[in-house]
Design a protein around this ligand. Structure first.
Ligand SMILES: [Zn+2]
Length: 700
């Protein structure tokens, strides 16, 4: 099941030009693998990136109707079939994306389940009042980002013709504008602010179930759920900074404690450009760890497309050599295309033979001056030809794969003699490339046009696209990046003033930001990693209430909570804790922390005692502590246990000393459950294990 179909994009407020501010591509850059790239290298190619984070809010209802939010269903009570048609914008133009979606001639099927969808989502009822809970969470997030709040919510419609929203538009409202958050990443040497351009409240789209040929199917349970969209300026200057930025924004959303968690609850889109290139959006990135390689790959895709462009210019190829075919079938109306069935009817190439056998059209297209360039590398394992085939795949929707072959392909496929016949038929010269596509007639006509369109766009530089992330780190064409005309006011919803009292209420209960928490934890003695983890953990408030007295106790309490609280939550509920409601109250654990501070129990006993309390919260703290306080007989017993374990260890041959030591420590400590000091155990074991174990183990 695909979850990537999130509606996104900016709210009509475009960055100052979609083009990279540097117009000079670094064509002579010495390309390197990802792991060898330095921040200076990314600066040299003019890399810059920004983020759009979509976060589902944990509200009871959807945004504009009273259907429940967050229910995931597979039951189907009804199906609805729709077709999308582009309408003229206010300016009398068609949006490029809308036209593209129209060209795909998709049949759109919605699967409805009674309990999760109503007539609003299907555009048969006007919107209800906007969900107050969602508005408050969006205000809270805007406040955390220091954004300027709008005084009135103006609901806008954002056009979506890919079918993911049955009405063809998404309702969206800007809540806050222009602010910044601290961006401190010590391991990257980064310490500055990150500008947040805006935060909007919008409706989620449908979940895609399948997309085969000209039929795409969606489920409507997710449709209309409230989302916030947070957009940064493109100020992230390396792939590693981008990942860190995504982490900061995710933590910020979680700091409210009012957002959904789990698969698909937070989705980020990234936009990337390099010098000479333009903003390209990558969607459907499922995990932050995939971000760096993806944007690195996109940066080099752009650089390589600019190299292809430069080579074409050197060869004297210009856009007027690649005119858009007049209407009709391109092989009848364009000098750059011809029907190829006759020539290829004797081909050994199976996909083409099969296409001819089932009555498909086979079309050859001449690309003047492109010889050799279709094999120019663009992404790992992919070449420029992939740019053409992706356009064809997405827009012409051929049912069978492969559906395209080209004259630069080195082996397999069509025989040289056939390529020569096609070249003669098309009047191609040695500097030209030929692309052959096959599909049912209408699709083949669309395919031939798209090959020419994409080839022509190469001369303009980087096409304005959204691209789909693949799990191997490459991307594929998804759709044309929509123009600014896709936003227009929603006539069904009056402007909604945000009362000062609402803002005051939200401010009064505003959570602490993750960065001020982190600063507090560093000051309390935690290290960077522990402070980072705790500042966004659902048990952060619990830690604060336990208020450990000094640095050593604080460290022990922080690591114990980090290890034991999620474990017990999973035992109890089957999932990790996501809000402070999922973690135990301070009262149960406080006596244990106080006992640690006074030395009544040793540091190693805390985790044992916490486990005991969480397993059996009704047991009095004193009874629990009694099990973990050091006892008089422990020292004597320690001698016996150490001797026994050491003798068993000496019989384990062929192990390294380290392995033996770890095993022996585990055996002894388990017996005493934190009532003896690990340092003392290590010393005692060390003197007993040393000679035999090391010679017996390592020299054999
Ligand atoms: Zn509804």
């Amino acid at each position: 099941m695909v979850e990537d179909n999130n509606p996104t994009k900016d709210m009509g407020v475009r960055p100052p030009g979609d083009h990279n501010p540097r117009t000079d591509p670094t064509l002579d850059f010495n390309d390197k693998p990802f792991r060898e790239m330095t921040p200076e290298d990314y600066e040299a190619i003019g890399f810059m990136a920004g983020l759009e984070v979509h976060q589902q809010l944990d509200t009871a209802s959807k945004l504009f109707c009273r259907c429940p939010a967050g229910r995931r269903v597979t039951k189907v009570d009804a199906e609805v079939l729709r077709h999308m048609r582009p309408t003229l914008s206010e300016l009398g133009e068609y949006d490029g994306t809308a036209l593209m979606e129209f060209k795909t001639r998709k049949e759109i099927v919605y699967l409805l389940e009674r309990g999760t969808v109503c007539t609003y989502e299907m555009d048969d009822t006007p919107p209800f009042e906007i969900d107050d809970e969602a508005v408050r969470i969006a205000i809270e997030m805007s406040e955390l980002c220091n954004l300027n709040l709008v005084s009135e919510l103006h609901v806008m419609r954002k056009q979506y013709l890919d079918g993911s929203i049955p009405t063809g538009f998404q309702r969206t409202a800007m809540v806050g504008l222009t602010g910044s958050i601290p961006f401190d990443v010590p391991e990257l040497g980064v310490s500055r602010d990150l500008t947040i351009r805006q935060l909007s409240l919008e409706e989620d789209s449908c979940r895609e179930v399948s997309d085969v040929g000209h039929r795409i199917t969606f489920r409507t349970d997710r449709l209309g759920m409230p989302l916030t969209e947070m957009v940064t300026e493109p100020e992230l200057m390396t792939p590693q900074e981008l990942r860190a930025g995504a982490g900061v924004l995710a933590h910020l959303a979680r700091a409210t404690g009012k957002v959904r968690r789990g698969p698909g609850a937070a989705r980020q889109d990234v936009n990337v450009s390099v010098a000479g290139g333009r903003r390209v959006e990558i969607k459907g990135v499922h995990h932050h760890r995939h971000l760096p390689f993806l944007v690195h790959t996109e940066a080099f895709r752009q650089l390589n497309l600019l190299r292809v462009k430069a080579e074409l210019e050197k060869r004297g190829v210009s856009a007027d050599l690649l005119p858009d075919p007049p209407s009709g079938l391109p092989w009848e109306t364009s000098g750059l295309a011809m029907e190829a069935d006759t020539i290829l009817s004797s081909s050994d190439y199976h996909p083409v033979r099969q296409a001819i056998a089932q009555g498909d059209a086979v079309c050859a297209v001449r690309l003047p001056g492109f010889a050799g360039l279709l094999e120019h590398p663009t992404q790992p394992g992919l070449t420029f030809a992939h740019e053409l085939s992706e356009r064809v795949r997405v827009i012409a929707c051929p049912m069978h794969s492969p559906f395209m072959i080209h004259s630069d392909a080195v082996d397999g496929g069509i025989a040289q003699s056939h390529w020569r016949e096609l070249a003669a038929g098309l009047g191609a010269e040695s500097g030209d490339a030929i692309v052959v596509v096959w599909a049912p007639e209408d699709d083949a006509a669309t395919a031939a046009r798209e090959v020419l369109n994409r080839a022509r766009e190469t001369l303009e530089g980087i096409p304005a696209e959204t691209r789909q992330a693949h799990s191997n780190g490459t991307t594929g064409f998804e759709r044309i990046l929509p123009g600014p005309d896709r936003m227009y006011p929603d006539t069904d919803t009056p402007p909604l003033p945000i009362p000062d009292s609402t803002v005051a209420e939200v401010r009064a209960q505003l959570g602490e930001t993750p960065w001020s928490r982190k600063a507090r934890y560093l000051a309390a003695g935690l290290d960077q990693r522990a402070a980072d983890a705790l500042s966004v953990a659902p048990w952060a408030d619990l830690f604060d209430e336990l208020s450990p007295a000094d640095g050593e106790v604080a460290k022990r309490v922080a690591t114990t909570l980090e290890k034991r609280v999620p474990f017990h939550a999973r035992q109890r509920t089957g999932r990790k804790p996501s809000t402070s409601r999922d973690v135990p109250g301070a009262a149960t654990l406080e006596p244990l922390v106080r006992a640690l501070e006074t030395g009544e129990i040793l540091p190693g006993a805390l985790a044992w005692a916490v486990d005991r309390v969480l397993e059996d919260p009704k047991k009095p703290a004193d009874a629990v502590l009694a099990e973990y306080r050091p006892r008089g007989e422990d020292q004597e017993r320690l001698g016996e246990v150490v001797a026994d374990v050491a003798s068993r260890a000496s019989r384990m041959e062929g192990r390294s000393r380290d392995t033996l030591m770890r095993w022996a420590m585990g055996e002894v400590l388990r017996e005493f459950r934190g009532r003896v000091s690990p340092v003392e155990v290590a010393e005692r074991l060390g003197s007993l294990l040393a000679p035999d174990a090391s010679t017996g183990g390592d020299e054999r």
